[in-house]
Design a protein around this ligand. Structure first.
Ligand code: KPL
Length: 358
């Protein structure tokens, strides 16, 4: 396996989009890691290719490497074996709640010369990965994280439709990384793709962007999932708008500012006041008004949601900082109960078919 190969773990809509963009724009081998044998069969029956439809124009990419992950999950990180195929460049696009179990299946192929980019909703996975999989700091791969608002959905198993063109923001997880250090090969390769067109930020700037997105998701996602409505109702419905304001003023705003610290808040230029955070949430609710949020899609489909890494992050950080997080605790419980068949909690508006953002 050439060391410049880029592996993609988590071949959902975002993973397919990243794989397609790299294969289209960047002269590097791309390998898709399938977590079960059935996906390989599906891939072959769909012609072993990814089709991406943008503005009604379809483009197809082929020539991907494929690997099906073994179901054995080594519990401790084994010594790197010189004959083993090490993974040098890895993009992980699984949902936050799957990251540790997905990485545990390949962590014997990861070492400090590997770079891993995590793209998911919510926060808190970096410390989970480090504690669970790489407790020894000297054996840790280089971790980068990113956020995107790209609206991608699928029409067939390996055909994706690019409905929105939100930015892709990337940054190092390690706050001591400086802008004079060369970009890791993986990140450099991603910047060569005009389709992905990522913006590379410093670790503190990325943290501010992640927290702003977290606030948006911590309000719109559970409120729409519990009241079963499109995003615009969070801005238009008096009860939901008031609830959004209370959530921010009483819990989410103080916790997020506590996580940021004073310097980061100053660098954030007033963007983290309760008023600004609420303004932003309501603006996104209007801009994506016709969307069904990803959390509502997940509860409607009976799937696990990301609430534990969105509102759950607010709860964990709030408890660490000694702050009040009762409303967020209740939201986590209600969304989880809803998915488990607890019924609709805040009324009964019906959602629609549109997709939520990443
Ligand atoms: O990111 C989103 C999501 O649904 O997860 C928003 C911004 C709320 C758009 O639907």
């Amino acid at each position: 396996m050439p060391t410049d190969t880029i592996h993609i773990l988590g071949v959902g809509n975002l993973g397919k989009f990243v794989a397609h963009s790299l294969a289209r724009d960047v002269a590097r081998p791309v390998t898709l890691l399938f977590h079960r044998e059935g996906l390989k069969e599906q891939w072959e029956s769909e012609g072993s290719r990814i089709t991406c439809i943008t503005d009604a124009v379809a483009e197809t990419t082929t020539d991907f490497g494929i690997e099906v992950l073994s179901s054995d999950t080594p519990t401790n990180q084994p010594e790197p074996n010189p004959h083993m195929n090490m993974i040098k460049n890895l993009v992980v696009t699984t949902k936050a709640y799957n990251i540790v179990s997905a990485l545990s299946r390949i962590h014997h192929q990861l070492d400090p010369s590997s770079t891993i980019l995590l793209l998911h909703n919510g926060m808190g996975t970096i410390s989970e990965i480090n504690t669970t999989l790489f407790p020894n700091p000297s054996s840790r791969p280089t971790l980068w994280t990113g956020i995107t608002a790209a609206g991608i959905h699928s029409s067939r198993p390996f055909t994706i439709i690019r409905a929105g063109r939100g930015p892709l923001l990337l940054g190092p997880a390690d706050p001591t990384t400086t802008s004079t250090q060369p970009l890791p090969t993986l990140i450099h390769a991603l910047t060569r793709s005009p389709t992905l067109a990522p913006t590379v930020l410093s670790a503190p700037a990325l943290q501010r962007a992640q927290l702003q997105k977290l606030v948006v998701n911590a309000v719109i996602n559970p409120l729409t999932a519990l009241s079963r409505c499109k995003n615009r109702h969070v801005a238009e419905d008096d009860t939901l708008r008031r609830l959004a304001g209370r959530l921010i003023a009483e819990e989410i705003g103080p916790v997020v500012r506590g996580v940021l610290g004073e310097q980061q808040q100053r660098d954030g230029d007033g963007e983290f006041s309760d008023e600004k955070l609420l303004e932003r949430v309501l603006a996104v609710a209007r801009e994506t008004g016709g969307n069904t949020s990803s959390m509502l899609q997940d509860v409607s489909g009976g799937r696990k949601t990301e609430v534990g890494w969105i509102n759950g992050f607010v709860v964990r950080e709030g408890e660490r900082l000694g702050m009040e997080v009762g409303m967020n605790q209740r939201l986590v419980g209600l969304v989880e109960a809803q998915r488990a068949g607890g019924g609709w909690m805040l009324g009964g508006r019906r959602g629609g078919e549109d997709t939520g953002g990443a």
